[in-house]
Design a binder for this molecule. Structure first.
Ligand SMILES: Nc1ncnc2c1ncn2[C@@H]1O[C@H](COP(=O)(O)OP(=O)(O)OP(=O)(O)O)[C@@H](O)[C@H]1O
Length: 726
């Protein structure tokens, strides 16, 4: 006996779509545009995700085979979300559509074709940690493992190699541009890079950059593969096109070359990643590469009030290299953005904190309020102030300022110089000394504390032969330098000038260490300089260290009367805020030289990219926008420097009125709420029993929810750090 069993079709026929009422006319034009190259310039908050999703759905509904569609996005999450919605409206199995990040799709392609490039089946993919191991081994094999002489660390080399691959630039040029201090080591660096590539190949493994590079090589050099792949994808759609780098741009051009049905969506005004390789020309010169391209603009903004948009429109109008467009709002009128000059950074912090509390009382929940800044260290005083007032916050731009490794490293030097019994502080200092490992640090500490127990507890003892002899030859020079530095920090007048002490740490080898170790060394150095500046407000090192220890304690408490325990406002760099929105936004430190940053202005096109950054910051606000800057700063030697307002504020036209200037009336801030406290002169001597509590105990750990995606300011995933390419 036999039975017939009917299998359902994997993809029932797509049904007619109805998007009237869900899309505006501009969006519909994109969705319905026919074949050929298309450039969609999508303004901030104009619904580009929605538009792209419906275009994919429309293609499927019109009978394009799902296998013939390639959707490239900046995170896999974004692709999944879009395809889920396509599936909802089309009832088609969207697993048949190729969608995801460039890396994800490259892997799919290479699984089939890697043999063409000499890989065996089942090649491995190296994650960052694996890559670090391979690079470390390559450095060692070339005889360049870190010793007395600083050679760039594996992480730094990986980033440099990655930059070279993604921007298709010779590594020697990248080195000269990004790490000029290593130019004398160029030959060695190139040798290590070649060894790294050989090792990966020997392991039958690829790192993320190899995936992209090999995808391009297949397309560019293997004609039969190119024909097969380019022939397969009848439609290629790319989201966030303004952030693509040169390599990604090349891959897109090659893969779309056969059918030329390429739809790229992006916002040139939000291109802010040139520092990590984004190639602005990809979007700006699209019409040159595709002269038959049709351009569509999405200019209806669903996010911000007309007042916020007017300011953003007026600002970005000053850029020359752009697609000119004027966004319009569908929202009702709101209040004018506020421009708030503050006396100094402390008053700026006090203003932000006070206004945040008022906004919360007016009904805006804390998670709907964000403070945005150009550089992570611009948040330092604000973190202090929020913690003092018990306003819970989460830092998206990295770890809380005083919990950052480099800030803790520097403070460890000051701690140990004051308290030579602080084992943790000394070991932290030793750990960053070249040629000194954990075992040496343990031995040095044991010998040093033995001498202390015999009554010889001064910092000079670090150089005593029975202490120093535990350091192997390769670490000797670094160790001696550290011991001398600590000794200098422990002596007057430096011992009671925390600002100067911090500068001494930086000059005494720490800056060198940061530059060898981290690609974002510039930011870390700036953080430490900012810390030195802040510390100058205290004439007593003990008061400074105690304040910081106390702050960590305060920020660990859940305060916020009346709020939900997990209600936290947001602190973020502008880069990390991309794609996000809040009801109220404060953009702080809008002083010329800070935002725009003086460093960025050195580059051609630097000013325009900084203006785009200001545009991204302003367009994150839905209802209220506050633009603040300190009038006076004290960068070095306690000299007070008058800051100019950012050129992005100064250049705004006076008519029509784009903002309201707020003048702060300050009855004089109590020390606990405002400026760094005055020197502790006249106070009774501190109780020494407090010292072990501050120095010896590890700082209270913050809950995992406190830090969202701790991403380095010059790295990370533009679409959200939690997404992975696979
Ligand atoms: N036609 C529409 N009608 C109503 N709301 C819309 C429409 N199009 C988009 N929106 C809404 O506008 C908001 C902004 O859309 P979306 O987040 O896609 O903007 P975006 O272009 O990605 O912004 P940005 O580039 O600034 O991050 C979303 O809440 C979206 O639902």
């Amino acid at each position: 006996m036999s039975r017939h069993y009917q299998l359902k079709a994997a993809s029932p026929p797509a049904r007619a779509l109805n998007y009237q009422g869900l899309l505006n006319d501009q969006q519909i034009a994109v969705v319905e545009a026919g074949d050929g190259p298309i450039l969609v310039i999508a303004g901030a908050g104009s619904g580009k995700t929605r538009t792209l999703t419906w275009r994919v759905a429309r293609l499927v509904a019109d009978g394009v085979a799902p296998e013939g569609i390639l959707l490239l996005t900046f995170t896999n999450k974004a692709a999944r979300e879009m395809l889920r919605r396509v599936e909802e409206v089309c009832r088609v199995d969207t697993r048949r559509i190729s969608g995801g990040t460039f890396h994800h799709v490259a892997h799919e392609v290479l699984r089939e074709h890697a043999a063409e490039l000499g890989y065996q089946r089942g090649y491995s993919i190296l994650d960052r940690e694996d890559s670090r191991d391979v690079m470390t081994a390559a450095i060692a094999e070339c005889g360049l493992a870190v010793g007395a002489r600083r050679f760039p660390k594996a992480d730094v080399l990986i980033d440099l190699v990655s930059m070279a691959v993604n921007t298709q630039t010779p590594l020697a040029d990248v080195l000269a541009d990004r790490r000029p201090q290593f130019v004398p080591l160029t030959d060695d660096v190139l040798r290590v890079a070649r060894r790294y590539a050989e090792r990966k190949h020997a392991l039958n493994a690829m790192d993320f950059d190899d995936l992209l590079l090999n995808w391009k090589i297949l397309l560019a050099e293997r004609e039969h593969v190119r024909r097969a792949l380019a022939g397969r994808y009848r439609h290629v759609l790319v989201d966030e096109y303004q952030d693509t780098n040169r390599l990604q741009g090349d891959v897109v051009d090659l893969i779309a070359a056969e059918h030329r049905n390429l739809c790229v969506v992006g916002d040139d005004a939000q291109s802010i990643y040139s520092f990590r390789g984004a190639h602005f020309a990809n979007i700006l010169e699209f019409e040159k590469r595709y002269p038959d391209a049709r351009r569509f603009d999405l200019t209806v903004n669903y996010r911000s009030t007309p007042q916020i948009l007017s300011l953003a429109n007026a600002s970005i109008a000053a850029n020359v290299r752009q697609f000119k467009k004027e966004l319009s709002s569908v929202r009702r009128d709101g209040t004018l953005p506020a421009v708030v000059p503050c006396r100094d950074v402390q008053q700026q912090a006090a203003f932000v904190a006070q206004r945040v509390l008022e906004l919360r009382d007016e009904g805006i929940p804390l998670p709907e309020i964000a403070v945005l800044y150009r550089a992570h260290h611009h948040s330092m005083e604000i973190q202090f102030e929020l913690a003092r007032r018990g306003i819970p916050f989460v830092v998206r731009s990295g770890v809380r300022f005083f919990e950052a490794a480099h800030v803790k490293d520097v403070l460890a030097h000051l701690r140990f110089a004051r308290n030579p019994g602080d084992e943790l502080a000394l070991k932290r200092c030793l750990k960053i000394t070249p040629g000194v490992g954990t075992a040496t640090a343990d031995a040095v500490w044991s010998a040093f504390s033995l001498r202390r127990s015999r009554g010889r507890g001064t910092l000079d003892e670090l150089l005593a032969p029975d202490v120093a002899s535990h350091v192997p030859a390769k670490g000797r020079a670094g160790y001696t330098r550290l011991a001398q530095l600590l000794r200098a920090l422990g002596r007057p007048p430096t011992s009671d000038l925390p600002g100067e002490a911090i500068e001494k740490v930086l000059d005494g080898g720490y800056e060198e260490y940061l530059r060898a170790e981290f690609l974002n060394a510039d930011q870390r150095v700036e953080d430490v300089q900012q810390l030195a500046q802040y510390a100058r407000g205290y004439e007593d090192t003990e008061a400074f260290l105690s304040e910081i220890a106390l702050l960590t304690e305060i920020s660990a408490e859940t305060v916020s009367e009346g709020g939900e325990p997990d209600e936290k406002m947001i602190l973020s760099s502008v880069h990390q805020a991309k794609g996000l929105e809040w009801r109220a936004v404060f953009v702080v430190w809008l002083a010329d030289g800070r935002f725009p940053s003086a460093q960025a202005l050195k580059d051609t096109d630097g000013e325009e990219e900084e203006r785009r950054l200001f545009y991204v910051a302003s367009t994150r606000a839905k209802d209220e926008l506050y633009l603040t800057y300190p009038v006076v700063a004290a960068p070095r030697d306690r000299e007070r420097v008058v800051m100019k307002a950012s050129r992005f504020l100064e250049e705004l036209p006076a008519e029509p009125e784009l903002f309201e200037r707020w003048q702060l009336d300050d009855p004089g801030l109590p020390a606990a709420l405002g400026a760094a406290p005055p020197p502790a002169a006249g106070l009774p001597p501190r109780d020494p029993s407090v010292v072990p509590a501050l120095f010896g105990e590890p700082a209270p750990r913050r809950g995992p929810a406190d830090v969202v995606a701790p991403v380095e300011a010059d790295g990370g995933d533009p679409g959200g750090g939690d997404d992975v390419p696979f």
